[in-house]
Design a protein around this ligand. Sequence first.
Ligand code: 3PG
Length: 305
Amino acid sequence: MTKVLIATDKPFAPVAVNGIREIVEAQGYELVLLEKYTSQDELIAAVADVDAMIIRSDKATKEVIEAAKNLKVIVRAGAGYDNIDLAACTAHNVVAMNTPGQNSNAVAELAFGMMVYMARNFYNGKSGSELKGKKIGIHAYGNVGQNVGRIARGFGMEVYAFDPFMTDEQIKNAGATPLHSAEEMYKMCQYISLHIPATEQTKKSINYDLLKDMPKGAVLVNTARKEVIDEEGLAKLMEERADFHYITDIAPDCDCFSKFEGRFFATPKKMGAQTEEANVNAGLAAAHQIVNFIEKGDEKFRVNK
Ligand code: 3PG
């Protein structure tokens, strides 16, 4: 019997697990659940006899892929697939997929939750500031970035975007003013919202030199990945500039930020995509993609070669 594993250290909402179960069992497949596991060994043991698996930010390393002798397809229920060893998947004939766009509104809404929280001094009652009229620069204007743009327009912000993979026309049609370099955007915008993936090119690319000329009262909003930040450079800048703020959904590795009281905030656990709606959208999409691949060989959303 075809066996599908949901391996989620950070579990989906029960409604999403039930929905995935319905899709999987309607095909006569078996669903296995591994949630809140405490070691990579548990994951390695769980994959031993599965044909397909659904993960979130769980680490699908070479060891995991090699241990999954029957694995044919792995779906990252979400956008970023930097947690999957794609070369190992390809080497073992495993198709890797993501579910682009399915959780993007949830992530965008959290970005604004954090921006308002910071602008209103963590709700401590002291006079804060408003987002209306401020310039926001959206770094990468894909699914999450465009949702950020839509919400920013609702707040009355001036919306700019830099995305080297989109034409000016595409950016304009999606409601933002296109800019042609990150440098130009960071110089102009008091708010910067990051939506770039973590790749060899982007890691540590948000660095001191890029950030140093941001306008007064600068706010860097990170709902993307901690790896894209040059944490030492950012901490150095925050030492030099008492007006610079950093809010992030991914706690930094460096413990050098907690001293910036009132200017730094990190959620306790990455939670941008942690809504029932996003869990249902991404989880069910992943289940459908697995069924479509196993039954019809459909490789739409494949991310490895
Ligand atoms: C994504 O890449 O889809 C987001 O970062 C969400 O990640 P999560 O599923 O671990 O919450």
